[in-house]
Design a protein around this ligand. Structure first.
Ligand SMILES: Cc1cc2nc3c(=O)[nH]c(=O)nc-3n(C[C@H](O)[C@H](O)[C@H](O)COP(=O)(O)OP(=O)(O)OC[C@H]3O[C@@H](n4cnc5c(N)ncnc54)[C@H](O)[C@@H]3O)c2cc1C
Length: 388
């Protein structure tokens, strides 16, 4: 089984100074109360219009984010390239709904597609569907509620915007990943994504939907999507994640009194995640897989499945991905072995990527083992370098 223990490979791109900085950062975000206070203070400071950039940019931002613009991400993209790790630039501005913000998100996402056509180290484009309309519209269409005239128009605009992004991706031959967010938006997003798959995935997978395997219904939905793709004669693009919004999902389900969409426990999420990978590898003639995880076993398991099915390590239908600033031991060791690996590199103005940063700190604080794993790997590498 492929091992991710080699910290020399894992941290080759990081200087001693970088490692020390990462060590203090993970120590800090491993502390629940400090993270809680930090989150509250920064959100409050932003509401008051106070500058937070000076504190955030050189620390947590520079670790988890590529920069404020596509140009600022260049340095990260080039460093990753040296180690055969690819990059996916992700405009990570969230929670904005004005037409100006939507237009800006459109402009920036289109730029990432054009940028990817010029840069061999950028294999995909990506976007968050909530950046392209008002949440109320996604929610109401998903729940099949009646829309006002304006909302109907806005739903059409959303369809058009996503269509334009997929068309541009298709025209430029850049596969595009569509992130998954809250479950109450997903029915409408699925509908629009599959319409675009049908249109643009006739020869190969250009449009990818995201399956959050912490939802108990997603394995069934994946199989359904595969059957539809076969019937209609197109290729399925499938990105897998476990899912980032568990607490919020459970709380809303309880508050509104509907069945919790999340699996009963972690084992069930893991079981469905790995079953989805197996299903896709067994149907690789029709599916392209994007395995977005920091879970070592799910990464190793896909390698094993590929070997079992005699799929070359660099088969263009099989990709692994982690977020920048996390799980370098998985990314760099996989790339070293010859697998296709890409880091998600978020970018955007400091203030606007704060929700993304807060999710990363929460993920690293709340997931048992994640921070201590990062810390122990960093410590192992620092010791190795000291004793060399
Ligand atoms: C490249 C990439 C792209 C991403 N894109 C998206 C995206 O589009 N949408 C999105 O939502 N997230 C996205 N994420 C974030 C992702 O969902 C989290 O990083 C992920 O949940 C962490 O899980 P893991 O697979 O790394 O493994 P692990 O650390 O093994 O699993 C942790 C996850 O398991 C699940 N879990 C934990 N406890 C329980 C429980 N009691 N019951 C049920 N399930 C449980 C949760 O999903 C939790 O986050 C992305 C991550 C990466 C690496």
């Amino acid at each position: 089984m492929l091992s991710f223990e080699n910290t020399e490979i894992a941290f080759k791109s990081r200087s001693n100074k970088d490692l020390l900085k990462a060590y203090y950062l993970f120590k800090l975000i491993g502390n629940n109360s400090l993270v809680f206070i930090g989150e509250k203070l920064s959100t409050f400071a932003i509401q008051l219009g106070l500058p937070v950039g000076w504190a955030v940019k050189p620390t947590i931002f520079s670790h988890f984010v590529g920069g404020e613009s596509i140009e600022e991400c260049q340095n990260n993209v080039r460093v990753l390239e040296k180690f055969q790790v690819h990059a996916i630039l992700d405009y990570s501005v969230e929670g904005k709904e004005t037409i100006e913000d939507i237009n800006l998100a459109m402009e920036e996402t289109l730029k990432t597609i054009y940028n990817a056509t010029k840069d061999e180290n950028i294999p995909y484009a990506v976007f968050k569907p909530t950046a392209f309309t008002k949440e109320i519209v996604l929610e109401k269409v998903s729940a099949k509620l009646e829309l006002t005239i304006d909302e109907k128009k806005e739903a059409d605009n959303f369809r058009e915007r996503v269509g334009k992004l997929c068309q541009t991706a298709f025209d430029n031959n850049v596969p595009i990943l569509i992130d998954a967010e809250d479950s109450w938006f997903q029915n409408f997003i699925d509908e629009v994504v599959y319409e675009n798959m049908e249109k643009f995935n006739k020869d190969t997978a250009i449009v990818f939907n995201t399956y959050q395997m912490y939802r108990w219904d997603r394995l069934g939905k994946l199989e359904e999507a595969y059957n539809t793709a076969v019937k209609k004669g197109y290729y399925l693009g499938a990105k897998f994640v476990r899912g980032a919004y568990m607490e919020k999902e459970r709380a809303r389900a309880e508050e509104k009194g509907y069945k919790d969409p999340i699996q009963p426990d972690k084992d069930s999420t893991d079981r469905d995640y790995n079953a989805a990978l197996k299903f896709c590898i067994e149907h690789i003639d029709r599916i392209s897989i994007f395995n977005g995880t920091h879970n070592e076993y799910s990464s190793q398991y896909m390698c094993e499945l590929m070997e079992e099915h005699k799929i070359p390590k660099d088969d263009p239908r099989c990709w692994f991905s982690q977020l920048i600033g996390m799980s370098d031991h998985i990314s760099f060791n996989l790339a070293h072995e010859g697998y296709n690996v890409a880091k998600y590199v978020p970018f955007g103005p400091v203030k606007s990527v704060l929700p993304y940063l807060i999710r990363r700190t929460e993920e690293n604080t709340s997931i048992a083992g994640q921070t201590s794993r990062e810390l122990s790997l960093i410590m192992k590498e620092r010791n190795r370098r000291k004793n060399k």
